[in-house]
Design a protein around this ligand. Structure first.
Ligand code: PEP
Ligand code: MN
Length: 338
């Protein structure tokens, strides 16, 4: 942490900063310039200390962080890539893992048709929401418990792991009984009570990036899961809100190499929610692989015209099959496989 003193700050004011720093176990390096004094604070936990404790002291102009606020998710904490193992399917290794299925579980027939199609095309994990965090309370909210039972039945029938969203901290242990991977939706990325419960559950989890969250905030949210001892954290970039309104969200392709640089956690991409339209999904999916994503989460519906949620951005089984062929070729060219 760097504390910049105001021009003309007194020796007592500089001493005040030094004393406060030493009182919390930090080492201090004083840099006395002709105009200003700059105090460098050194210690292993400066990323977790509030900057306010120095910013509030008399004579201080500005306090800047050098260390990142997240710790357990950082590459400094763990240098080698983390690999999350779901029933033998490794996420974060050489394999690119494709998760696909409908936005919402609507019926057992719909889910089974989706599972059959995505498995046949080479996807290895089935998605489907039983609890839907909708912007409006008047929109379809999901089949809830009945939806979870349908997921369990289709999972068994097709021998395929499932990922499903949990929105209420009190439901975590119940949903974890049905799911192989829990999903934290974008709107819940900073629901800290939910993250803590999921952390304690130790169930593998896909943590979606919040609509307006920076990469730093996203990785700091991941620390809530890791701090409870849940090592199965998979990050998911799904597009952020920008001034651009020609697609549903702006897919931040750049965040993939950025996350890889600063974190050991695997990162997958959801091109469907970023696109908002089926015609844009293939290009975003391919871009994600090229940028280094460890997997994709794609919405596929047996009949998008009839979908209760997100039909416009859902691929038909045949479009998904075509896309998978292209993705397999891209994976090969990257020295990876699907
Ligand atoms: C979803 O995956 O269906 C979903 C609601 O996604 P997000 O939280 O990214 O909007
Ligand atoms: Mn959706």
């Amino acid at each position: 942490m760097i504390v910049e003193m105001r021009k003309g700050a007194s020796t007592q004011e500089v001493d005040g900063v030094v004393e406060r720093a030493r009182s919390v176990g930090l080492e201090v390096q004083l840099n006395i310039g002709t105009d200003k004094t700059v105090v460098a604070l050194l210690g292993s936990n400066t990323g977790q200390l509030p900057t306010d404790m120095f910013a509030i002291l008399p004579g201080v102009e500005n306090v800047a962080r050098i260390m990142k606020p997240y710790k357990l998710a950082s590459r400094e904490f763990k240098s080698e890539n983390s690999v999350v193992n779901i029933d033998g399917i490794e996420i974060g290794g050489d394999r690119i893992v494709i998760m696909a299925g409908p936005c919402a579980v609507e019926s057992e027939e719909q889910l089974a048709a989706a599972a059959r199609a995505i498995k046949q095309a080479g996807a290895s994990i089935l998605r489907g929401g039983a609890y839907k965090p909708r912007t409006s309370p008047f929109s379809f909210q999901g089949l809830e418990r009945t939806g979870l039972e349908m997921l369990a039945s289709v999972r068994e029938k097709f021998d395929i792991p499932v990922v499903t969203e949990v929105i209420d901290p009190h439901d975590v242990s119940m949903v974890a009984k049905y799911a192989d991977i829990l999903q934290v939706g974008a709107r819940n990325m900073q629901n800290f009570a939910l993250l803590t419960r999921i952390g304690k559950s130790k169930c593998p989890v896909v943590l979606k990036r919040g609509l307006s969250a920076t990469v730093t905030e996203w990785l700091t949210a991941a620390d809530y899961l890791l701090a409870e001892g849940n090592g199965g954290v998979i990050l998911c970039e799904r597009g952020i809100r920008t001034f651009e309104d020609s697609a549903r969200f702006s897919l931040d392709v750049c965040s993939i190499p950025v996350v890889k640089r600063f974190s050991h956690l695997p990162v997958i991409v959801d091109p469907s929610h970023a696109a908002g339209h089926y015609s844009l999904v293939p290009a975003l999916a391919k871009a994600a692989l090229a940028a280094g994503a460890d997997g994709l989460l794609i919405e596929v519906h047996p009949n998008p015209k009839e979908a209760l949620v997100d039909g416009l951005q859902s691929l038909t089984p045949s479009d998904f099959g075509r896309l998978m062929k292209e993705l397999k070729a891209i994976a090969r060219s990257l020295g990876r496989y699907i």
